[in-house]
Ligand binder design. Structure first.
Ligand code: GLN
Length: 196
């Protein structure tokens, strides 16, 4: 099956997401005929089965989503969305920072930079619902947490400060960065649940 995955390429760790999804597609046995492309404009979304919203600076990514006319096209995008860190902030319905125009695709309240500043970045081995073979080595960089989750949002992992991994149907939102480690199990689960 030929699959096209888009990575929102406005700001943030875009190339890491492209590499991780290309590797995950190979693991799913669909690497050769599939592609991972950069999404900057609404037309780039056409034919994509899924979109990754990368880590970065959510205020900046939000501003560029609006500027490039991507707000409604992402809101109505029929495929899966894999959102990490700043991406998780964008997926929420509520965030205190008014500079972020949230997409509102997952009913949840997000606290930006919940663990403090850059120097408070850390790594932790966390159990994640649905990952059978051992904890996930998660890299947190000025990470957000979900402080409350509403209807249809399934919690996959929590730390003391709050929820750090959640799903709603075809959407996955992670406070940490699976695209930076070698463990692609979450990418694989995400693709598998999309029928890939
Ligand atoms: N703190 C950032 C924000 O809220 C997210 C950090 C990241 O994506 N690594 O935009």
């Amino acid at each position: 099956m030929a699959v096209k995955i888009g990575v929102l390429a406005l700001q943030g760790d875009v190339s890491e997401h492209i590499d991780a999804f290309a590797a995950a597609l190979r693991l799913r046995g669909t690497g050769a005929e599939s592609s991972v492309i950069e999404v900057r404009h609404p037309a780039d979304l056409s034919g994509c089965t899924a979109l990754a919203i990368p880590g970065g600076e959510s205020t900046t990514i939000s501003r560029l989503i609006d500027k490039n006319g991507l707000y409604e096209p992402i809101r109505t995008f029929p495929g899966g969305i894999f959102a990490t860190c700043a991406g998780m902030v964008l997926m929420a319905t509520h965030v205190a920072d008014t500079r972020v125009h949230t997409l509102g695709l997952m009913d949840m309240t997000v606290d930006r930079n919940a663990f403090g500043r850059q120097k408070e970045s850390f790594e932790a081995d966390i159990p994640v619902v649905g990952l059978g073979d051992g904890p996930f080595h998660a890299i947190f960089i000025r990470a957000p947490v979900v402080t409350s989750a509403g209807s249809g949002v399934h919690v996959l992992a929590t730390l003391d400060k709050g929820i750090v991994a959640a799903r709603k149907g075809r959407y996955m939102a992670l406070a940490f960065h699976p695209e930076l480690g070698g463990d692609l199990r979450l990418h694989e689960v995400f693709l598998q649940d999309l029928g890939i």
